[in-house]
Design a protein around this ligand. Structure first.
Ligand SMILES: [Fe+2]
Ligand SMILES: [Fe+2]
Length: 375
């Protein structure tokens, strides 16, 4: 059985090499890695040692030999988590939403959905437009291409939930613009993506490269690794009480994708740090975690401003801190919230439940493997 969280833990270079922090990089390592464009002959076969994550000069159109075989494994593993929102029966959710949810639970459900759908579009734009084009090894881009597809699939999933329940689409999609507590998180992401979605970026400049690393770190470790990872838990709390189980099942599939996106991003960041002479600004990273915590606390108090059985804002915020520490450890950095405890011990199980067999029990449509009309 695949443990989606273990995939990221086990693939961490710091786990494998025992490295403490990425800033342990020694300048002389760079000569061993290669990457000097003046020494690479474009008429010769690609050598793995010439590949680099960014600022590489080897042929981007030749997949092998791999320098980053772990990236190819991510692509293979990603294809084991394949579904579409149409595979999951939403009929009971429609009944639950109309007849069982309290006013507070409807408020919770709709605002979580509103936040997530905006976030996944941002995640798609970040990886597809701002990050992928800066990668200079094809095995990295191929997984990221899959990630772009998955982010769009997630957006389809939220839209499918919104359509199934007959929610007011204009109102739900506009909520991130008019609710300050949702907008605050979105603006943090917007600021990061805007700083790297420019066509005048020169990643051979150390300041630009450092900013790119922090932006990618924000999206992988904070946005996907904590905000998404914890972002589904309010819906899982409803599922644990037998409510909105179709939505929760959809979110379990999304969560497994997000765990891999987070793990891959962290691995890429660590590799950039090995290949480049960059000293991380640890104060800037500490500030990032604290800003993210403040935004999450504000969001949690908004979505849970009225009590919901079995789930509190304080649980949500404490779980943010607990998972933030995990992501920091995966990065090889100090824990930002050393005293945090696991407030939702059932959450990790959601990422590891084997679901493939359930397709044949709950799917409501037939797969179309032929008969496509191209006209
Ligand atoms: Fe996503
Ligand atoms: Fe993602």
């Amino acid at each position: 059985m695949i443990s989606w969280e273990q995939i990221t833990e086990n693939n961490s270079p710091s786990k494998q090499a025992g490295a403490a922090v990425a800033t342990d990089f020694q300048p002389e390592q760079q000569a061993e890695i290669g990457g000097n464009p003046d020494l690479i002959d474009s008429t010769q076969p690609v050598r793995a040692e010439d590949k680099r994550v960014v600022n590489g000069c080897s042929d981007i159109n030749q997949l092998a030999p791999f320098k980053y075989p772990w990236a190819w494994k991510y692509f293979i593993n990603a294809n084991k988590n394949h579904w579409t929102p149409l595979d999951i029966n939403m009929a009971q959710d429609i009944y639950d939403y109309k007849h069982k949810l309290t006013e507070a639970e409807i408020h919770l459900y709709e605002n979580v959905l509103s936040y997530l759908t905006t976030s996944d579009i941002l995640a798609m734009r970040n990886i597809g437009l701002a990050v992928m084009e800066k990668m200079t090894a094809p095995e990295l881009q191929i997984y990221q291409a899959r990630q772009v597809y998955e982010e769009s699939l997630h957006t389809w999933t939220y839209q499918h939930c919104i359509e199934s329940l007959g929610l007011n689409q204009g109102e739900v999609y506009n909520r991130y613009r008019v609710v300050p507590e949702i907008n605050r998180k979105i603006q943090m992401a917007n600021t990061r993506i805007s700083s790297i979605l420019r066509n005048d970026i020169d990643l051979s400049n150390s300041d630009e490269l450092h900013n790119f690393i922090l932006a990618y770190m924000f999206f992988a470790a904070v946005f996907e690794g904590v905000w998404f990872y914890n972002g589904f838990s309010p819906i899982f709390s409803l599922q644990r009480r037998g409510l909105m189980k179709g939505t929760a099942e959809q979110f379990q599939y999304i969560m497994r994708d997000e765990v891999m996106h987070c793990g891959f991003g962290i691995r890429v960041i660590q590799q950039i740090l090995v290949e480049n002479r960059i000293t991380l600004d640890l104060k800037a990273i500490k500030d990032m975690w604290e800003e993210a915590e403040a935004a999450e606390a504000s969001y949690a108090h908004y979505i849970l401003k009225k009590p919901v059985l079995g789930y509190t804002a304080n649980d949500h915020i404490e779980q943010f801190r607990f998972i933030a520490n995990r992501r920091a450890r995966q990065l090889g950095l100090v824990e930002p919230f050393p005293n945090a405890t696991c407030a939702l011990p059932w959450l990790d199980e959601q990422a590891n439940i084997r679901k493939e067999k359930n397709f044949f029990e709950t799917r409501v449509t037939e797969y179309q493997t032929g008969g496509l009309d191209w006209d």
